[in-house]
Structures are given as C-alpha cells and as structure tokens.
Design a protein around this ligand. Structure first.
Ligand code: ADP
Ligand code: FRU
Length: 295
C-alpha cells in the first residue's frame, strides 16, 4: 500500500526516558532475577506515535514539557534523529524528565511499566501562544485533563478545519470533560477494562453517548481493533508477527497508523486494517525502526 501524502502533524503529550530490562518471565514480588539485556530509549506515547509518523516523511512536531536535566539531552538527541521538531515545547528549569522502568517479557512480548514523573504538565497558557495554522493534524494524549480540555476547546474554535485526535489510554479524574471536543477518539483496551467493559463493541456504544459526533476507535491487542463510525460498527483483525517480541508502544504505533491512513483519505475499514498491520509489525521487533518495510 502506498500512502504518499506528507503532512504537518503536531503531537501534544510526553517524552520519557525508558529503561527496559528484558526478562525470561515476569518475576514474583520480592524475587531477585537477572535481566537478559537492558536498553535505554526515548519513549512516551505521543513522541512514539510521532516517531512512526515521521517514517512516512511527515513533518512532525512535538509540544510537551522539557526540563534541562541530563536525560533531556538524550531525549532531544533521539527526537532530532527521528526528525521530530521540538520548538513548540515549554521549557522548565526545575523537575526531571519522566522515566519509565519497564520489564519486557521475552516469552510473550508483554511489557510492565513503572512510570515516575516530577514535571509540570504542558500549560494552556503556553499552548495558546503557538501558531498552529500550518498543521494538517493535531494529536493529543488524554492527560492533564484541565489543561487539555482548554487546548481542545481552543483548537476547535481557532482552528476548526484541523482534524484533532485524542488518545484515551487510562482513566483520569474528569476525563469525560474532554469528550466530544475532537474528531477522533483512540481508546486503549485498558481504559475500557478500567470502566468494567470487557467487550469493545458495547464499550464504544456507551462512549457514543458522550461523543455523539466523533469517530470512535478502540485497539484490542491480539483481537485487532474496533470502530464506531456514526452508527456503523467495524472490526478489523490483528496481524500477529511470527514471534511476539516487544509490545511496548503497540498502541502508539496503532494510533500513528490511523492518523497516517486518515491523512491519506483511506476509508475507515482500510484505516483500521492498515493500523493493525503496522502495529502487528511493531510487535514482532524491538523498537520502532523501519516499520514501513513489507506492511
Ligand atoms: P497497548 O497495550 O500498547 O495500548 P494494544 O495491546 O491494545 O496496545 O495493541 C495495539 C495494537 O497492536 C492492536 O490493535 C494490534 O493491532 C497490535 N497488537 C497488540 N498485541 C498484538 C498481538 N499479540 N498480536 C498481534 N497484534 C497485536
Ligand atoms: C509506551 C510508552 C512508553 C512510556 C510509557 C509512558 O506506550 O509510551 O514509551 O514510557 O508508555 O506511559
């Protein structure tokens, strides 16, 4: 499939330092185990999504918070390598860049994340000063709900023609207040399960009441993904790799696939299928490099 549109995309959310230990099995509490390997990389949902979108030659920009600690330089170097512009970021003299301590299970590719942050969230005061006129798409993480709500309301009013997507990954206080403000909501299975719903179709139908006008998508691990577009229910299968190697950032990759497909005017069924193929490819390898080959 050739997707040739090169768009200008802004991602609003976080960048992290990920410290990933690969283990042969998930350890029990109070156990002492040795890791097979260790790697450091730049992570964070929105910057992972931009890393993938950048591989399609889109011009990607990140807006989030940067402080001037040691890890920030590592993160910036990686963003530069991935051709992600960070001139829309908010600088902060105190705090530290968020860090995730991750166990990656080599048997089934599962990832367990312990996340630490001591950094203010991106403020609406900063965001509203950005000139967003040239962007073709803006993607938000559903976090820092108060500020994000103001940003979404601002975008809807000031830039009504720019499509907006929001990732809803986990339950947060007052999260309902950011519904029905964007064009596309990308839910994680984890959010549905936290809301006592183990069935994607009925979950999306409940969400429809909160966002009557938006396109609603829900990724569901090895079951692929579901969508509710208007009243039309869609489902598209997953593409399991030969071996599940690393599922860290599978959802972030799926979100990139949806954005890329929509920017290229694929219909919704093809968009889901494309995002599942891309995320399936990612699950078969470590990290996000060269995701475009053979999908
Ligand atoms: P995350 O846990 O990162 O939020 P999910 O587990 O919901 O993400 O997976 C996101 C997407 O990644 C799925 O919709 C699917 O396309 C792909 N995926 C995840 N796990 C598997 C798997 N075991 N086999 C095939 N594809 C998978
Ligand atoms: C994967 C990821 C990691 C990061 C964590 C943040 O989806 O973005 O790269 O450390 O989640 O919650």
């Amino acid at each position: 499939m050739t997707l040739t549109v090169m768009a200008k995309i802004l991602g609003v959310g976080i960048a992290t330092l990920d410290i990933i230990n690969q283990v042969d099995d998930y350890p029990g509490e109070n156990a002492e185990v040795r890791a097979n390997s260790q790697r450091f990389c730049r992570g964070g949902n929105v910057t992972n999504t931009l890393t993938v979108l950048s591989q399609f030659n889109n011009q990607c920009s990140w807006s989030g918070v940067l402080c001037d600690d040691y890890d920030a330089q590592y993160i910036l170097d990686d963003l530069t390598r991935s051709k992600i512009d960070y001139s829309h970021c908010q600088s902060q003299s105190s705090g530290k860049m968020p860090t995730s301590y991750i166990l990656s299970n080599s048997i089934n590719g599962s990832r367990t994340i312990v996340h630490y942050r001591d950094l203010p969230e991106l403020s609406f005061e900063h965001f509203k000063k950005l000139n967003l006129t040239n962007f073709d798409w803006i993607h938000f993480e559903g976090r820092a709900i108060n500020e994000t709500k103001k940003m979404l309301t601002w975008c809807k009013k000031k830039y009504p023609k720019i499509p907006i997507s929001v990732e809803i990954e986990k339950q947060r206080e007052d999260i309902e207040s950011i519904f029905n403000l964007a064009n596309v909501y990308l839910y994680a299975k984890a959010f549905s399960v936290q809301n006592d719903c183990n069935d994607a179709e009925s979950f999306l139908q409940k969400e429809r009441l909160k966002s009557p006008e938006a396109d609603l998508i829900c990724a569901w691990g090895e079951k692929g993904a579901y969508a509710l577009i208007g009243n039309t229910k869609l489902q598209s299968k997953a593409y399991p790799p030969e071996k599940l190697v690393d599922t860290l950032g599978a959802g972030d990759t799926f979100n990139a696939g949806i954005i890329q497909a929509r920017l290229n005017n694929l219909d919704w069924m093809d968009s889901l299928d494309f995002a599942n193929r891309l995320a399936g490819k990612k699950c078969g390898q470590i990290g996000f490099e060269n995701l475009l080959c053979n999908i």
